[in-house]
Write a protein that binds this ligand. Structure first.
Ligand code: B12
Ligand code: SF4
Ligand code: SF4
Length: 382
């Protein structure tokens, strides 16, 4: 192995990246992304459509690109094991941190400097991304051997389970590629270039069976439109009525298909060099969230990814959680939201009050309601 490449791997590891692996750029499973988009599985994420070609061909992102360095940051923590409280709204584990796009950035800046120093190149010889760039991160991570793609569509690491954030550095520097994960099946070797979904899943289907909203169109294929993560984070509008019950008490994101995966048994607490935990958020009650003002929202969710859904998005999600709780004492705080300035919030508050058996308390608000969408919610079946 090239001494400079190993020096780079060591320096990136010391910066806080738990996985540092290299792949040579070539075309990636393009048909999978195209099929996914053609089936409309991306919902309203039009940016996925706009950037599809760039995602498949990194030369369009960085002219002259030859390699990709795939980085993984383990965000598992031992407290994570005990932090679920059934009486409280449940947050995706990644969200109980300051926004990883921001906290991982200094690590990526320093990684870029390390490439410059070791390979005597300039800044234009690389581009780094964490989630936000047009890079098929899971596909490249599988190619570089960080793990395999599970039936839950996640990049699963044999060392860290499902709990890896991914980041990528495209570069014009050439590296020796690392080996993808392989498996011996009946004397032949599977994996590598073909990267089959579920390579190390065996007969297990736990994730597919556990999904609360039936979001898997096939093993490894998530129809985002049915996914709780999409509905509670990416969707800016009304959450389809037929999916609301399945959301249960998940207020932001969803980890169900990650949590049930037996590969997590190998996960150990991460070093958290590039992360800042915000576990206090898991202690918020749905009543406290329903009562949030704009000022309080800005204060409580400062620096977290949750601020991206804005107050109205979070109140919408909280109404769904409240409606699913069966707790009639939440009718009172929900009635305040039936008069909220945002029609989005009013719609979901009306649903929740009706779901909790408080329909008769809505007469006054209904008489003055003018928004067609909210009126449709009053008229709909619960
Ligand atoms: C759009 C998006 C979403 C969408 C769509 C999810 C999806 N399954 O595609 C929504 C909003 C639903 C979502 C949800 C989540 N996401 Co997301 N998301 C992304 C994003 C921005 C693009 C993913 C994408 O390209 N999807 C299109 C499909 C077709 O691509 P793909 O699943 O990546 O598949 C490729 C490879 O699997 C490979 N492949 C090889 N063989 C085969 C075979 C088949 C059949 C298929 C389909 C693919 C395949 O090729 C495919 C395409 O070439 C990435 C960041 C990025 N830039 O990549 C993060 C990313 C995938 N998300 C991430 C996370 C953490 C989540 C959530 C866990 C968040 C949460 N707790 O709520 C959930 C998990 C849901 C799930 N089971 O996938 C992490 C995943 C880390 C990991 N270890 O895998 C990423 C990489 C962000 C990051 N930088 O860490 N996400
Ligand atoms: S994140 Fe949740 S809703 Fe989305 S596919 Fe996984 S289990 Fe289903
Ligand atoms: S839960 Fe089972 S089927 Fe799903 S990804 Fe994990 S090992 Fe594979």
């Amino acid at each position: 192995m090239d001494a400079r490449q190993e020096e780079l791997r060591g320096r990136l590891g010391a910066l806080g990246f738990d996985e540092v692996r290299f792949a040579t750029l070539a075309e990636l499973r393009g048909e999978k992304l195209r099929e996914w988009l053609a089936a409309g599985h991306h919902g309203e994420m039009q940016w996925m459509e706009r950037t599809a070609e760039k995602r498949l061909w990194p030369e369009l992102v960085l002219p002259g690109a030859r390699s990709i360095i795939m980085l993984g940051v383990n965000y598992w923590s031992e407290e994570g094991r005990v932090m679920r409280d059934e009486d409280k709204p449940v947050w995706a584990r990644y969200a109980l941190h300051e926004d990883y796009h921001d906290t991982m950035k200094p690590g990526l800046v320093a990684a870029g400097r390390a490439i410059e120093e070791i390979y005597a190149v300039e800044e234009k010889a690389y581009r780094y991304y964490v989630d936000t760039g047009p890079v098929l991160e899971r596909g490249w991570a599988a190619r570089a051997g960080l793990g395999f793609i599970g039936k839950n569509a996640m990049l699963i690491s044999r060392r860290h389970g499902n709990w890896l954030f991914l980041a990528a550095i495209l570069t014009t520097v050439e590296f020796e590629p690392d080996e993808p994960v392989r498996k011996k099946i009946a004397g032949a070797v599977a994996g590598g270039e073909t990267e089959p979904v579920g390579l190390l899943c065996g007969k297990c289907t736990r994730c597919l069976d556990a999904c609360p909203t039936g979001a898997f169109a096939a093993p490894g294929v998530v129809d985002a439109r049915r996914c709780v993560s999409y509905q509670t984070i990416e969707n800016k509008g009304v959450i389809p009525r037929e999916l609301r019950a399945g959301i249960g008490n998940r207020i932001y994101g969803c980890d169900v298909c990650l949590e049930v995966c037996p590969w997590n048994r190998f996960a150990r607490a991460g070093r958290a060099v590039l992360l800042v935990a915000r576990r206090e958020l898991a202690g918020l009650t749905v009543r406290e969230i329903l009562a949030l003002t704009a000022e309080r929202f800005a204060e409580v969710f400062r620096k977290t990814p949750i601020k991206r859904v804005k107050l109205a998005g979070l109140l919408r999600n909280a109404c769904v959680v409240a409606g699913n709780s069966g707790d009639a004492e939440l009718i009172e705080p929900l009635l305040k939201l039936v008069a909220h300035e945002s029609a989005l919030v009013r719609t979901h508050a009306v649903w929740a009050v009706r779901k909790l058996g408080g329909a008769e308390r809505l007469a006054e608000a209904r008489a003055t309601e003018t928004d067609a969408g909210v009126l449709a919610e009053y008229a709909a079946e619960v």
